[in-house]
Design a protein around this ligand. Structure first.
Ligand SMILES: *[C@@H]1O[C@H](CO)[C@@H](O)[C@H](O)[C@H]1NC(C)=O
Ligand SMILES: *[C@@H]1O[C@H](CO)[C@@H](O)[C@H](O)[C@H]1NC(C)=O
Ligand SMILES: *[C@@H]1O[C@H](CO)[C@@H](O)[C@H](O)[C@H]1NC(C)=O
Ligand SMILES: *[C@@H]1O[C@H](CO)[C@@H](O)[C@H](O)[C@H]1NC(C)=O
Ligand SMILES: *[C@@H]1O[C@H](CO)[C@@H](O)[C@H](O)[C@H]1NC(C)=O
Ligand SMILES: *[C@@H]1O[C@H](CO)[C@@H](O)[C@H](O)[C@H]1NC(C)=O
Ligand SMILES: *[C@@H]1O[C@H](CO)[C@@H](O)[C@H](O)[C@H]1NC(C)=O
Ligand SMILES: *[C@@H]1O[C@H](CO)[C@@H](O)[C@H](O)[C@H]1NC(C)=O
Ligand SMILES: *[C@@H]1O[C@H](CO)[C@@H](O)[C@H](O)[C@H]1NC(C)=O
Ligand SMILES: *[C@@H]1O[C@H](CO)[C@@H](O)[C@H](O)[C@H]1NC(C)=O
Ligand SMILES: *[C@@H]1O[C@H](CO)[C@@H](O)[C@H](O)[C@H]1NC(C)=O
Ligand SMILES: *[C@@H]1O[C@H](CO)[C@@H](O)[C@H](O)[C@H]1NC(C)=O
Length: 495
């Protein structure tokens, strides 16, 4: 795996110089019509404002998708959430079940538009081989409608099939990082009923895992955020049942929304979802750290994504901003819908090639550590700034800077509070679109297209090395990770 240290140690400075010259003419040339503006980003490195899980980056797979080996494993070890819309239609072919084990067939008369739905244990074994080979951690979404199929509202969950399934999973030694109960059912199941079923679930899991050294997290309810419902759910469930509460974010709209791009490049629009993060953190305050918030599913655009947006560089302005924003408000895990599948997959479902968001996530994984520190820019809302302690580099920090404007380039001066070191140099990773085509499925890193090698290996992520005495230059509609070298922030001295 590539590391910037190894790069620095092994390459000659003149290569960097050549790259810098090359890139400065390509990416930093004066673009006709673009204006430059000086701004200041203030980073408060005295104390972390929050801390994300080491599994912050997460991606979903629909449990029907083949356990395909991915074109590359740059995000591994990844947390994978196996679940989604059809999880509440799936039975497990073990023990006695209330209907035969049949594959999904389309059936518009049924709630999810399908009849059948069954996971046999051979297939479950295959999934686990895949997880084992890729080193993935798994959050598995269980069916909470079993037994209440005919009356979602007042019926009661029958846990017997789930119990048999978990028993099988434990007997095979398959480690689950988390078990999740139900998917997007808050509009059907009253909060107090859901809480009752979750308590049943806690007893089952405690019983099965009582002699087990590792205990999975219990997660619920994976719904869209409806404040009143979540409030009632949390109040009726209390602090000692679930470990995690999850909600889903699809804040961009429908695939056919005419102004999707205008929404993504509109800072006011992007900020609207902050109230959701804030409201969730207010609801969770009484529980201290005993219940943590996750984003269980986030795809931006609903229903599989939008062809011109979701697999292209445009989407990275939404996705990377979300990763930054969610972490700022205490979210522990952020599951992107999807790893592979539909239009919004991180990997192209046909070619298995990474799309721009995959590369953005890869850089996040390599550069952004777990402690979140505050970063503010006040002069212009079109520059978005987030900061974390650096990955694998005690004391240091990485900034994520997003320029939403299509006309303004920014020259960013940094004010670092709480630093005892001396900024020497910094590593810059500029992401831009080729030929200013933001709807491109290809992105450039420091002016050079990112692409897999013929044998499917990820490219090297070669930073520009800049002197800290000059401002950070961020061209219009670009995204930049900046890793600071030589600094020692108080918030980042504990690994
Ligand atoms: C298990 O399920 C898979 C996929 O649904 C199917 O191809 C396979 O035939 C099933 N195996 C058994 C033993 O039923
Ligand atoms: C994969 O399975 C083997 C054998 O059960 C086990 O020793 C190993 O720890 C597993 N690896 C992962 C990443 O779960
Ligand atoms: C569900 O059960 C409740 C309580 O028994 C009943 O009032 C309601 O009519 C039932 N709904 C349906 C669709 O059967
Ligand atoms: C599952 O295992 C638990 C505890 O090991 C046991 O009490 C229960 O009867 C088992 N249930 C099924 C359905 O296999
Ligand atoms: C999950 O919650 C249970 C019940 O409160 C608790 O016993 C367990 O320690 C929690 N797990 C983690 C990893 O916090
Ligand atoms: C988008 O599609 C929905 C149905 O899926 C339709 O109701 C709506 O009018 C469409 N909107 C536009 C702008 O085409
Ligand atoms: C620049 O962005 C504005 C607002 O999103 C948009 O209306 C305009 O078409 C964009 N201009 C170019 C050249 O892309
Ligand atoms: C930006 O989004 C806000 C909130 O949705 C909206 O009120 C405003 O009109 C949008 N601005 C532009 C230029 O579209
Ligand atoms: C957040 O809470 C405020 C105050 O109760 C409420 O007005 C607002 O609608 C909530 N927003 C969301 C997205 O839940
Ligand atoms: C997948 O890649 C192919 C070939 O480049 C492209 O035509 C297609 O639009 C891509 N699919 C998505 C969903 O981005
Ligand atoms: C961080 O350090 C761990 C443990 O030394 C190593 O496995 C991992 O590859 C490093 N990650 C990066 C991005 O350098
Ligand atoms: C700075 O940003 C943090 C979050 O990154 C926020 O909590 C704080 O209120 C901001 N401070 C100012 C002065 O805007």
């Amino acid at each position: 795996m590539y590391s910037s240290r190894r790069y620095l140690a092994s390459k000659f400075a003149f290569i960097q110089l050549v790259l810098w010259l090359l890139c400065s003419s390509i990416c930093f040339g004066v673009i006709k019509g673009a204006t430059a503006e000086d701004v200041t980003v203030t980073v408060d490195g005295t104390v972390p404002i929050s801390r994300v899980s080491d599994k912050y980056l997460c991606a979903t797979i629909d449990w029907r998708s083949a356990p395909a080996t991915c074109a590359s494993d740059g995000l591994s070890p990844l947390l994978i959430r196996l679940g989604g819309t059809l999880q509440d239609a799936v039975i497990y072919d073990i023990g006695s079940t209330n209907r035969p084990c049949l594959p999904f067939t389309p059936d518009p008369s049924q709630h999810f538009g399908v009849a059948g739905g069954c996971l046999n244990m051979t297939r479950w074994d295959d999934f686990n081989d895949f997880f084992n080979q890729t080193g993935a951690s798994v959050a598995f979404g269980l069916n909470v409608l079993y037994g209440r199929e005919n009356n979602f509202t007042a019926g009661q969950w029958d846990p017997s099939n789930t119990q048999a399934f978990i028993n099988y999973t434990v007997s095979k030694g398959y480690d689950m990082f988390a078990w999740e109960l139900g998917n997007e059912l808050d509009i059907f199941i009253p909060a107090s009923n859901y809480a009752r079923d979750a308590r049943t679930f806690r007893n089952i899991v405690d019983n099965i895992y009582q002699n087990s050294p590792t205990k999975p997290l219990l997660v619920a309810p994976d719904a869209l955020f409806h404040k009143d419902w979540y409030q009632e759910f949390l109040q009726s469930i209390g602090p000692e049942v679930i470990n995690v509460t999850t909600y889903h974010i699809y804040n961009l709209g429908k695939p056919n929304t005419t102004n999707l791009e205008d929404r993504i490049f509109n800072a006011t629009f992007l900020d609207q979802v902050k109230t959701t993060f804030i409201n969730m953190s207010i609801l969770l305050k009484p529980y201290g750290s005993s219940i943590q918030p996750w984003i269980g599913e986030a795809g931006g655009v609903v229903k599989g994504g939008s062809p011109l947006i979701s697999g292209t560089f445009v989407n990275s302005f939404w996705y990377l901003d979300q990763l930054g924003m969610a972490a700022t408000y205490g979210t522990q895990v952020y599951c992107r819908q999807t790893l592979i599948g539909s239009i919004y997959g991180l990997l192209n479902k046909t070619t298995h090639e990474p799309n721009p968001d995959y590369y953005g996530a890869k850089l996040w994984k390599d550069l952004m550590g777990e402690n979140v520190i505050s970063a503010n820019v006040t002069e212009n809302p079109n520059l978005r700034a987030y900061a974390h302690c650096a990955k694998n580099d005690t004391g240091s920090a990485t900034l994520l800077l997003i320029n939403l404007s299509n006309t303004t380039d920014f020259n960013v001066s940094l004010i670092l509070n709480g630093s005892t070191g001396c900024q020497e140099q910094r590593l810059e990773y500029h992401l831009t679109a080729p030929d200013e085509n933001l709807r491109s499925q290809i992105i450039l890193l420091n002016g050079k297209a990112l692409d897999l090698s013929p044998d499917g290996q990820l490219p090297e992520f070669i930073p520009l090395v800049e002197n800290s005495s000059i401002p950070i230059s961020i061209v219009h509609t670009s995204i930049v990770y900046v890793k600071l070298l030589g600094v020692s922030l108080l918030a980042c001295t504990q690994p």
